[in-house]
Design a protein around this ligand. Sequence first.
Ligand code: TUI
Length: 316
Amino acid sequence: MLKTAICDLFGIEYPIIQGGMAYLGTAELVSAVSNAGGLGIIGAGNSEPDWVRQQIRLTRQLTDKPFGVNILLMSPFAEQVVDVVLEERVAVVTTGAGNPGVYIPRFKQAGIKVMPVLASVALAKRLERAGVDAVVAEGMESGGHIGEVTTMALVPQVVDGVQIPVVAAGGIGDGRGLAAALALGAQGVQIGTRFVCSEECIAHPGYKQKILQAHERSTVASGQSTGHPLRCLQNRLTRQFEEMEKAGVSKEELESFGMNRYYQGAIEGNLDNGSLIAGQVAGLIKEIKPVRVIIDEMMTEAEAIIAGLKNSYSED
Ligand code: TUI
């Protein structure tokens, strides 16, 4: 059995964490992941604090296992979501798209485990000093807001840079990815795109189908010029965005053009004009499955790979 420091830290069975995806990290998906032995994460995204509170309470009705909340630090409601998480005494907080440093003392005082998602060694070191319990090192293969370094290069450098456990994210969609992440020194994986194509995820069926049809080059990172690139499946919106970027449209105009597109794509199923956030691993996903099956298959495959490696080493 693959038990790691991350399992002990969060009190979970398997070292598999569900990425806190905005609009999709709802009580349905979160409770399914936690009930299957992983760590489900509510995605606060840009949602109102009351919605986050409601999802926390709903999740508690559906599971008695640990789960977390992801706080999108660039959300206009980030401060209020922090208050909700403290009031509700959620077990784990992850953060994205910024530096959560100012909030850490309050989380620690409340006994909440903190695991920021980041894309650089420097920020990992700084946040370790600030007292976080673990970090997620997220490579640019990921869907959504991304950094500039690949998972393969970033994870071992973060592992070497800190003493706390490191979780790998970006480009991981099956047991091979989990085994590879462990080989890089990570203590677990965070998975987003694979869980979008689960039965329990409330993503629009058309969006799930687009992921199933994707190949390895179906995603594109739009908005490099804004400083906040977003990886999505290529569609009419990303092509329009690219043309506007080439034409030298201002950063402000590009950002307002991209606003609220994710809800349209993920929930409303607007496949042409919505953002269909997905990681490069989309090409690997062939079937919609229940969360429990996704997790069980991932664990079985990783364990077989690791056992095989041990055997092949010991034969020489
Ligand atoms: O945050 C993500 N992924 C995201 S955020 C996002 S935005 C959004 N999505 C849907 C609806 C509304 C809004 C979509 N996907 N991943 C974690 C992540 N964080 N990747 C990179 C970073 C990051 C970048 C810079 C973390 C810290 C950071 O530091 C800045 C600093 O101040 O040092």
